[in-house]
Design a protein around this ligand. Structure first.
Ligand code: AMP
Length: 474
């Protein structure tokens, strides 16, 4: 472990970098920078545990910049899972290098390959790219990997999760001159540990002891709500946002991004959708507009939101819960950045409950179930009305269980069933099993008749008794 530095000036950094940092107003390195920079500067391989927002870009960027020369030949390559992240990393490196004269070039898919090739040919010292396009450029002879000495994997968990392992391996094998490998990841699933083993030489681990993720200081809540009322809850969350709050809403599919963008718009809540099929320049525009505070609400898939480096995001909403537990941590890491407070809300339907449990257990998180927030003072109409939602209380056979305040002390199953059938004038088949205790019972009613039958039972009395029906959760 390196001695902790209190200030960047303690490190005797390369003058160009030190000046750039001081011009930027940075004084103290972040935790991951304190852990990783000194050992990386000694040339050691480093496995760093850090999420976006922790200052990880500079943690690998500073040592990489310091060991590069403005020769115009690629000496270092940083691989990122998405083009947005590649652009952000490159932007940070460009200012960090100050006037060291280094050329930092991005190489990512979805843009004009010839243009990128020309830029590379005009000289590049540090490459920041996505694996697919890097391979493409290398195979076409536009990018020479053979002399690269510094190799960095950013967001390695995400990258390997997205199936990039064979690509990363291919690139790795084209770099016989490699001297140093840096790997950064928010989480450490087996794939990342295997990759570290494969690519690294006696690495220093800059991470917490128990491999726990650094979960940002974010208030996390879950609202138990059926699919058809998620929009109602979202309406309330949006109604409660302060003027300069910003919200990032996650769904699991591109189609859902578009649907939700559209639905929110119809209810007067302007939201911008972002997913992998949107053109690169469109996505960059959205990011800029978020940064400038002109966009308040973005709906995105995990891939599109990867690496969004916008400090103003105050709310993250999991409209859909993510399919894997790591994504939850990545998602909520979009808020509460650099010590600012944030809140993360998960809208949890019956089907999502097991997934939320798994997330909470995996990362040892407290995610309490709470009610949807009340409307703020002065607002007396919900942006989206709440609907009756039977799907959450219906069993696989279409039956809803209803409890009644009457039991075997007063009535038999048969006479209770007959009374309901007569009062509500429903076919007997609409009723299922009845279970009775002394003073209470549970009766199953088919979902098609449930609302009506409950209404009838509420209004009538059985031998002078009110039965107070209430729906039981399935
Ligand atoms: P990153 O985790 O690399 O995405 O960094 C998150 C944000 O923190 C970026 O806007 C960085 O420019 C900023 N940042 C990184 N390190 C520091 C530092 N030591 N002091 C102040 N800001 C920092």
């Amino acid at each position: 472990m390196s001695p902790a530095a209190k200030a960047f000036t303690d490190w005797d950094l390369d003058v160009a970098v030190a000046t750039a940092i001081s011009n930027k107003g940075w004084i103290n390195p972040t935790e991951i920078q304190i852990e990783a920079i000194p050992v990386a500067r000694q040339g050691r391989d480093v496995v760093g545990q850090a999420r976006t927002g922790s200052g990880k870009t500079a943690a690998f960027g500073i040592p990489i910049i310091e060991s590069a020369n403005p020769s115009g030949e690629p000496q270092a390559i940083i691989l990122c899972p998405t083009r947005e992240l590649a652009v952000q990393v490159a932007e940070e490196l460009i200012w960090l290098q100050g006037d060291s004269g280094l050329s930092i070039q991005t190489v990512y898919g979805g843009t004009d390959i010839e243009k990128q090739a020309k830029e590379l040919q005009s000289g590049a010292d540090i490459i920041v790219g996505t694996p697919g396009r890097v391979i493409d450029m290398s195979k076409r002879g536009h990018l020479k990997l053979a002399d690269i000495t510094n190799f960095c994997l950013d967001e390695a968990d995400r990258m390997l999760d997205m199936g990039f392992f064979p690509d990363v391996l291919w690139i790795f094998e084209q770099m016989p001159a490699r001297e140093q490998t840096l790997l950064f990841s928010a989480t450490f699933p087996q794939e990342v540990l295997d990759a570290a083993e494969e690519f690294m030489n006696d690495p220093v681990y800059a991470m917490s002891d128990d491999l726990d993720v650094e979960v940002p200081e974010i208030d996390q809540f879950a609202v138990r709500i059926g699919r058809s009322n998620k929009l109602w809850v979202l309406g309330r969350l949006i109604a409660n946002m302060a003027e300069d709050d910003q919200m990032l809403i996650f769904t699991n599919t591109k189609r859902m991004v578009e649907l939700l963008e559209d639905r929110l718009g119809k209810f007067g809540m302007k939201a911008t959708g972002m997913h992998g099929d949107k053109a690169q320049n469109r996505r960059e525009k959205i990011l800029n507009s978020l940064r400038e505070g002109n966009t308040r609400i973005v709906v995105a898939t995990d891939v599109a939101a990867r690496g969004i480096d916008v400090d103003g995001i105050t709310h993250v909403v999991n409209y859909d819960l993510p399919d894997d537990t790591e994504s939850y941590v990545h998602r909520i890491g979009r808020t509460g950045r650099m010590g600012r407070s944030g809140q993360a809300w998960s809208l949890v339907s019956k089907e999502d409950m097991a997934a939320l449990d798994k997330i909470a257990n995996t990362w040892n998180l407290e995610i309490p179930y709470v009610d949807a927030p009340e409307l703020p003072e002065g607002v007396n109409r919900d942006p989206v009305r709440k609907r009756e939602d039977w799907s959450e209380v219906t069993d696989p056979f279409g039956m809803v269980s209803v409890s009644l305040e009457i039991g075997s002390a007063t009535v038999t199953k048969r006479s209770l069933a007959d009374w309901i059938v007569n009062e509500a004038r429903i076919p007997e088949i609409a009723l299922g099993e009845i279970q009775m205790k002394d003073t209470s019972s549970t009766i199953q009613i088919h979902v098609e008749k449930a609302s009506y039958v409950i209404d009838v039972i509420k209004k009538r009395q059985f031998g002078g008794l009110t039965l107070n029906p209430s729906i039981l959760e399935f």
